[in-house]
Design a protein around this ligand. Structure first.
Ligand code: NAD
Ligand code: DAU
Length: 360
C-alpha cells in the first residue's frame, strides 16, 4: 500500500482517482490500496475521493503532517511501501496575507514527515528497504520568474523563490535533497507547473473564473493580465508521478510541464468563449465580465518548464492540449454542482472578501 499526504486536496484527490483508473504499460489496473493522510484544511474535501473511501480501497486518516506521533502511528499501522507527499499550503495569495501557516506546514511538516519516514525506512527488512520510495511533489515556482526571452526552467536552474509560498516549497525541496544526500533516504522530487482540472478549489484562477462567470460576477484579472503560466491538465501530472515512482532514479529531480505557455488574459477569454458555447448568457458575452484589478504583490511574470529530462529518462509526455483539457474542465464544473456547493462555505466567502475587497 502507499500513503499519500494531502490526497483530499486538488491534485492528491485526482491522483487517487488516477491511481485506480489508470492502466500500466501491460494494460493492467491496480488494486493496491492507499492511505490518505490529510489534515482536511479548508482546501481538503473528502467528498473528492468519497467513492474510493466507501469502496474501502482508500482509508482516510485525518491528521496533521507536523504531528510526529500521528505520522509515526500511521506508518507503523499501515506499513506503506511508498509515501507520496502532496500535503501543503498551496495558494500564493493566501501566503501573502498569512505566511506563518505556509512555513509551518510546508517546511516543518515536510521535516516531520522526513524524520518519521527515515526512522520507519531504517527499520525495514532489506528487500523492503531497497524498494521504499519517498516522492515529494513540488512546484516550478521555486525557480522564480522568467523574462520573455529566458530559457524555460530546467532541473539545474538556480532556485529563486519570490513568494512566501514558493520560499516554503523551496525549503521543503532542500530538506528532501539533504535527506537523500546525507542519509541515503530514497527520495524522488517532481517540480510541476500550473495544474487545472476537476476538483480544483475555486480560489485559484481557472475554477474562480468559471464559477464567477456562471454567477454573472466580475472576472478579476490581476495587473495587465499578461503574466504567463505553463498549464498542465491535472491527470497528466498524476500520470507523471506514477511513472516517476516506478522509473525515477533515487535522489533525482524531474520537472513536469504542459508545454502550454499561456497569458492569463488568454486563459480567461478561452474559458469565456467555452461558456458562451456551452451555457450562453441571457444577454451579452462572458468576456464583458472581465475586470482588471490591482496586481498581486511580487507577482511572478512568467513560468515555463523544460520537460526534456522526464521525457527522455522516464518516457512521460502530456496527453492533453490546453484546448482539450479546458473543455473537460469547464464541462466538469457545469456537471458537478454538488461538489462545488460543498466547498463554498462561509470560510470561502470570507476569503473572497479578504482577497478582492482592496483590489478594485
Ligand atoms: P491543495 O491546497 O488543493 O491541497 C492540499 C491538501 O493538503 C489539502 O487536502 C489539505 O487539507 C492538505 N493539508 C494542508 N496542510 C496539511 C497538513 N499540515 N497536514 C496534512 N494535510 C495538510 O493543493 P494542490 O493544488 O492539490 O497541491 C498539492 C501539492 O502539489 C502541493 O504540494 C503543491 O505545492 C504542489 N503543486 C501544486 C500545483 C498546482 O497547480 N496546484 C502545481 C505544482 C505543484
Ligand atoms: O506554478 C505552479 C503553482 O501554480 C502551484 O505551485 C501553486 O500551488 C498553484 O496555486 C499555482 O500558483 P499560481 O499563483 O500561478 O495560481 P493561481 O491560480 O493563483 O494564479 C494563476 C495566475 O492568475 C497568476 O498569474 C495570478 C493570476 N490571477 C489569479 C487569481 C486567483 C488573476 O489574475 N486573478 C485571480 O483572481
Amino acid at each position: 500500500m502507499i500513503l499519500i499526504t494531502g490526497a483530499a486536496g486538488f491534485i492528491g484527490g485526482n491522483f487517487v482517482h488516477h491511481w485506480f483508473e489508470r492502466l500500466d504499460s501491460q494494460g493492467l489496473s491496480t488494486d493496491e490500496p492507499v492511505v490518505v493522510y490529510d489534515k482536511l484544511t479548508y482546501a481538503g474535501n473528502p467528498n473528492t475521493i468519497a467513492a474510493h473511501l466507501q469502496s474501502g480501497r482508500a482509508t482516510l486518516i485525518q491528521a496533521d503532517i507536523t504531528d510526529r506521533d500521528a505520522v509515526r502511528e500511521a506508518l507503523h499501522t499501515h506499513r506503506p511501501r511508498a509515501i507520496l507527499h502532496f500535503a501543503a499550503e498551496s495558494h500564493v495569495d493566501r501566503s501573502i496575507h498569512g505566511p506563518g501557516e505556509f512555513i509551518h506546514t510546508n517546511m516543518v511538516g515536510t521535516f516531520s514527515l522526513l524524520e518519521e519516514a527515515r526512522t520507519y525506512w531504517g527499520a525495514l527488512p532489506e528487500a523492503e528497504k531497497a524498494a521504499f520510495r519517498f516522492l515529494h511533489v513540488s512546484t516550478d515556482e521555486v525557480y522564480g520568474s522568467l523574462g520573455d526571452d529566458d530559457a524555460a526552467f530546467s532541473e539545474t536552474t538556480a532556485y529563486a523563490p519570490n513568494s512566501p509560498y514558493s520560499a516554503s516549497k523551496a525549503g521543503s525541496d532542500h530538506l528532501v535533497r539533504a535527506y537523500h544526500h546525507t542519509y541515503g533516504f530514497p527520495t524522488l522530487t517532481t517540480n510541476c507547473s500550473n495544474n487545472y482540472g476537476p476538483y480544483h478549489f475555486p480560489e485559484k484562477l481557472i475554477p474562480l473564473v468559471i464559477l464567477n462567470a456562471l454567477e454573472g460576477k466580475p472576472l478579476p484579472v490581476y495587473g495587465d493580465g499578461l503574466n504567463i503560466r505553463d498549464w498542465l491538465y491535472v491527470r497528466d501530472h498524476c500520470e507523471a508521478i506514477c511513472q516517476v515512482l516506478v522509473k525515477g532514479t533515487l535522489g533525482e529531480v524531474y520537472n513536469v510541464g504542459g508545454i502550454n505557455e499561456i497569458r492569463n488574459i488568454d486563459v480567461v477569454t478561452t474559458i469565456c468563449r467555452k461558456l458562451d458555447e456551452l451555457r450562453p448568457r441571457e444577454s451579452g458575452r462572458y468576456e464583458d465580465l472581465i475586470t482588471y484589478v490591482k496586481d498581486r504583490p511580487g507577482h511572478d511574470r512568467r513560468y515555463a518548464i523544460d520537460p526534456t529530462k522526464i521525457q527522455r529518462d522516464i518516457g512521460w509526455a502530456p496527453s492533453e492540449t490546453f484546448e482539450s483539457g479546458i473543455n473537460k474542465t469547464v464541462r466538469w464544473y457545469l456537471d458537478n454542482t454538488a461538489w462545488i456547493d460543498t466547498v463554498r462555505s462561509g470560510a470561502y466567502r470570507d476569503w473572497l472578501t479578504q482577497n478582492y475587497a482592496g483590489r478594485a
